[in-house]
Design a protein around this ligand. Structure first.
Ligand code: ADP
Ligand code: MG
Length: 257
């Protein structure tokens, strides 16, 4: 279990997160939504251990995140950040290999890299210069890297976590669905997922739980049906949209006028 307890974060004289508590049970996909600047990336980074909270604590499998050794943490959670810079001069397979730990790899490195590229549909691109790939293809290379990072560590029965910050940015429709499928499969295999998504329709499709942040606070939390409401769209996003509840899953349609 991954738990954030009463997390606050101040930076630049501003409160970015204010008393956020969040649990990520194994076997579930949690999606963070909210307007730009709501604090989503900051919360994801704090939960992943990339940024310390100003107040509160994060517990992973009962232990304070601060007490985990980085190498140990790397085998149990991996992070796809919002802006993954261009890897100049690297081949696709080199970038994926960066996800591997230096020691104690579960399978032959070449097999792991090939597996990761296969999962994201880039097996044919292994030898290409990363800079010659499209933005969406580069995003998939980084996704392969974080998947390989988790798979590389021998299983010890503890749930592993994927943290994905706007992972569908730049992906075409088919690969957005592939991303959702990867997240769902990770959860079905007993892992946990925390993903920031802007597309509420995608969020509704993939999430067991949606957490809406606004101004650094949790303003709604629950099933997609419970969170994606007309009220959320109006009060949090400030847009005049209606939620369509007629199908099995909620979806949002733009309303003209
Ligand atoms: P989101 O991912 O929801 O768009 P972020 O977590 O990236 O939001 O940022 C939340 C807010 O905190 C933004 O207004 C951002 O400008 C601000 N912020 C983030 N980091 C800092 C910092 N180090 N100093 C000052 N402001 C920051
Ligand atoms: Mg962000």
């Amino acid at each position: 279990m991954y738990v954030a307890e009463d997390i606050s974060r101040r930076a630049g004289g501003k409160t970015i997160l204010d008393g956020v508590s969040l649990a990520l049970p194994p076997g579930t996909v949690t999606v963070l939504v909210g307007p730009n600047g709501a604090g989503k990336s900051t919360l994801l980074r704090i939960m992943a251990g990339g940024l310390p909270p100003s107040r509160g604590r994060v517990l992973l499998h009962g232990r304070d995140l601060a007490a985990w050794r980085p190498a140990e943490l790397a085998g149990i959670r991996s992070v796809l950040s919002q802006s993954t810079g261009l890897a100049f001069g690297f081949r696709v397979e080199d970038v994926v290999r960066m996800g591997l730990p230096r020691h104690g790899v579960a399978e032959p490195p070449a097999a792991l890299v090939a597996w990761g590229l296969e999962v994201v549909g880039l097996a044919d691109a292994a030898g290409r210069d990363c800079t010659t790939l499209s933005g969406g293809e580069q995003q998939r290379v980084h996704l392969a890297r974080v998947l390989v990072q988790l798979k590389a560590t021998p299983a010890d029965g503890r749930a592993r976590y994927l943290f994905l910050d706007e992972p569908t940015t730049g992906l075409d429709l088919a690969h957005q669905l592939l991303l959702l499928d990867i997240a769902r499969r990770h959860a079905r295999a007993g892992g946990g997922v925390l993903a920031v998504l802007h597309d509420l329709n995608l969020a509704a499709q993939v999430a067991d739980t949606i957490v809406a942040l606004d101004g650094g606070r949790v303003v709604a939390e629950g099933t997609p049906e419970a969170v994606i409401t007309d009220r959320l769209l109006t009060q949090v996003y400030g847009v005049d949209l209606r939620v369509n509840q007629a199908s099995a899953r909620v979806f949002v349609l733009p309303v003209a006028g």
